[in-house]
Design a protein. Structure first.
Length: 367
């Protein structure tokens, strides 16, 4: 009997509940942990509102996690380290520290790039950053990306044969018994994401104003943490202008309450400006919602124009308004797109499918 490959995963688990943490939660629930000898090092540096800042608390955590990392590598001698790549330059230096240490200790590391961060780091970095990115990629055994479209961001930086595409997944919540939010006869358009410029919140605000001037039967529901005082001011102004047609539910971290938000919606909008995949799309698909999303990252691989949703150009509030009205005015279109989304979720983005693809990926990397 073949000995199981040992894998050390360096990532983050909930709480908080956001893309990266939920992906690893799902991975640890899949068949992946049965096929391999897996140990998870939960490195949680995340603080809403301070995720781009260096703090004393983060530096202390860095020291603690590094000691734990070295200890696990020396004790278990993993065959692979699966490392979750960071968003920004300063956290990337942490990635380099951990991955290079692992390699020097005799382990192969696999980058888990849940974005398109490599190219952003390289193109905006200094000559030293560029050298580190190139070495980081050269020493890596492979990089797992979330869409075929991400391959282009590795051009000239990494051999395409070392790239493995594994889309995201979310838990199937259809069987969950959750209370539906009171709709009061309104048709709910849901925005569920970080309320930030990167996620297109200003496009959403502008579209909401234009829709509500003409359609009082529509209600816009916003869910997620607020990035800045400026966003908060714009949100408050919108809610004051349309008190009966807007609702802000704050940051929802509970899985049941999150599901209730999607199940209470009629349309899901995701006008993001900076994205690779967007797990919130899968939550909407699992709950049979039609989706309106930006042409960004791998989103066009998930949402097919006119089939299970609509695609808009980034920042185009007029396009978003037009697509919202098309769905508002056609219940049959909403239901048809919702059914297609449910079937696409089951076929391509379920837990079972995610576990299978991750197993195949590591078997392929191991040769």
């Amino acid at each position: 009997m073949n000995k199981k490959k040992r894998i050390l995963i360096c990532g983050i688990l909930p709480p908080p509940n956001f893309g990266h943490s939920m992906m690893y939660q799902m991975l640890m629930r899949s068949r992946f942990v049965e096929e391999f000898d897996v140990v998870f090092l939960n490195m949680n540096f995340w603080t809403y509102g301070k995720h781009k800042k260096i703090t004393i608390d983060k530096l202390l955590k860095l020291f603690k996690y590094y000691v734990q990392f070295v200890w696990r590598v020396l004790l278990r001698r993993p065959d692979f380290i699966l490392y979750n790549m960071s968003f920004y330059k300063m956290p990337f230096l942490k990635d380099v520290l951990f991955c290079f240490t692992g390699r020097l200790l005799g382990c192969r590391y696999v980058i888990h790039d849940m974005g398109k961060y490599v190219r952003e780091l390289y193109d905006t970095g200094s000559w030293m950053t560029k050298k580190m990115v190139r070495l980081y990629l050269r020493w890596a055994a492979a990089s797992i990306i979330q869409g075929e479209c991400v391959r282009v961001f590795y051009d000239g930086l990494m051999d395409q044969k070392k790239l493995w595409v594994v889309p995201g997944c979310v838990e199937d919540t259809q069987g969950w018994d959750v209370p539906v939010l009171e709709k009061n006869g309104k048709l709910n358009v849901l925005y569920f994401s970080f309320l930030s410029e990167d996620k297109g919140v200003y496009t959403a605000f502008s579209a909401a104003r234009k829709v509500l001037v003409k359609s009082p039967e529509v209600r816009f529901v916003f869910v997620g943490p607020v990035e800045s005082d400026r966003v908060r001011k714009e949100l408050d102004a919108l809610c004051e202008q349309f008190p009966d047609n807007t609702q802000y539910l704050g940051y929802v971290d509970d899985a049941g309450k999150r599901t209730a938000c999607f199940r209470s919606a009629d349309i899901f909008m995701f006008p993001t400006h900076r994205e690779c995949f967007g797990l919130v799309l899968l939550h909407a698909m699992a709950e049979r919602l039609p989706v309106i999303a930006s042409i960004e990252g791998a989103i066009p691989e998930v949402i097919r124009e006119g089939e299970n949703g609509f695609l808009i150009n980034k920042g185009d509030d007029e396009q978003l308004v037009e697509r919202i009205f098309r769905l508002v005015n056609s219940r049959s279109l909403r239901e048809t797109m919702g059914q297609v989304n449910r079937q696409r979720y089951l076929k391509a983005y379920s837990l079972r499918e995610y576990g299978r693809k991750m197993i195949e990926t590591f078997e392929g990397i191991a040769g």
